[in-house]
Design a protein around this ligand. Sequence first.
Ligand code: HPA
Length: 267
Amino acid sequence: MIRAVDILRQRLGTLRPETAIVLGSSLGPVADAVTAPLRIPYRDLPEFPQPKISGHSGEVFAGLLAGKPVLVLRGRGHPYEKGDAAVMRPAIESLQLLGVTQIILTNAAGSLQPKMRPGSIMLITDHINFSGMNPLIGEEGDKGFVPMTAAYDVKLADALRAAARAEAIELHEGVYVWFSGPSFETPAEIRMAQSWGAHAVGMSTVPEVILARRFGLKVAGLSVITNLGAGIEGASPSHEETKSEGVKAVDDMVKLLTRFCAAGEGS
Ligand code: HPA
């Protein structure tokens, strides 16, 4: 059976990025910052998720950001699409087999604190898995017992903080809680998440963090805040709002990731 990794190896030739970036749905335009990209649609990659969410279909961009080789995955599969928490497993395993050592996962998220407004960016320092799912259920042998104590790499986080400072971008920090979706939360659920010490809420990323750690990749996470959580200041989030507000943070995200790569962390 031809696997996605074989096709990626062949198309990439000698390009062997160590850094991969996964773009949340509203952040697709960040991929346009990749120079001289080789573009490989997910439909050419067996086992890669075929995103069905409005926006665009999935595509791998392989090229340079600030002169450093990167693989940018535009589009992800979400566990709420088919109930498969491991939908991103083949993609993440392919990255590891290609030699990627670090992955930056981005998403759109709701804020659980009024001071973190839509349009801002939050560095994920830890997470809460409230989905009842885990992408490693059924893992053979002992490989599923992945420690999650230091899931978010301290050095990558520091590098992103430094990049934000250099670009004068305010970078919030906090805990991301994963609700399966696709329905949004109730105000009561949002109050519960706040009382648990979470700062942002979303429907992705956590399973990818778990998979990336399973495959030994260093992980960083960035949330673009698209709305206040349900009930906060009367908020009633919608898919339309998350898409339109997320786009507003694209410029800052490009600056942040470009500076991060330029600083050498992305090489
Ligand atoms: N809840 C869950 N997922 C989200 C939200 C939200 O408020 N905003 C963007 N993604």
